[in-house]
Design a protein around this ligand. Structure first.
Ligand SMILES: [Zn+2]
Length: 159
């Protein structure tokens, strides 16, 4: 690729300015997405992943691509995130079902009858969407951090 020198009119570096604006726009978009995550989780029509037929039906990627008939409030799942074990509320509110994350296979298993029959259930779909949301939050945060650091570096160069 030929090297084109940046346009520099009276010290104005157009390429750098365009790059700065591009990063600014990306950061704003990412921050917006981050703010929308909890809302997206609350919308049962929102899919957090694309289904992957190469993976088993109970893989997080496939479960989080499904739409639950209703959404379990995300506060129910915060406590289990670090341990990979959740006691998901049952649909009728009586009792709970244990959902376990298999970290190696990145899949979920639930103790309910529906899961044993179908390899997915209301509980695992909800937990998978929650996990996918948390992972998206981490990815967004990482990228925003990168953009912030770039900004600081270029700010230092300019100063
Ligand atoms: Zn279940």
């Amino acid at each position: 690729m030929p090297q084109v020198p940046p346009i520099d009119v009276d010290g104005f570096d157009l390429e750098r300015e365009l790059e700065r604006r591009r990063r600014q726009t990306e950061r704003r978009d990412l921050e917006q997405s981050r703010e929308n995550l909890a809302y997206s989780y609350g919308n049962r029509h929102e899919r957090f992943t694309a289904p992957n037929p190469a993976l088993p039906p109970n893989a997080i990627a496939n479960l989080a691509a499904m739409r639950p008939s209703s959404v379990i409030p995300l506060e129910e799942f915060d406590a289990g995130y670090d341990s990979g074990t959740w006691d998901a509320p049952s649909r009728n509110g009586e009792g709970r079902y244990r959902v376990n994350l298999d970290t190696g296979a990145d899949s979920l298993v639930c103790a309910c009858r529906g899961f044993r029959t179908h390899n997915h259930c209301w509980h695992t779909i909800n937990v998978a969407r929650y996990i996918a949301m948390r992972r998206q939050a981490v990815a967004l945060e990482r990228r925003i951090q990168e953009l912030n650091e770039d900004e600081e570096v270029s700010g230092q160069c300019a100063g």
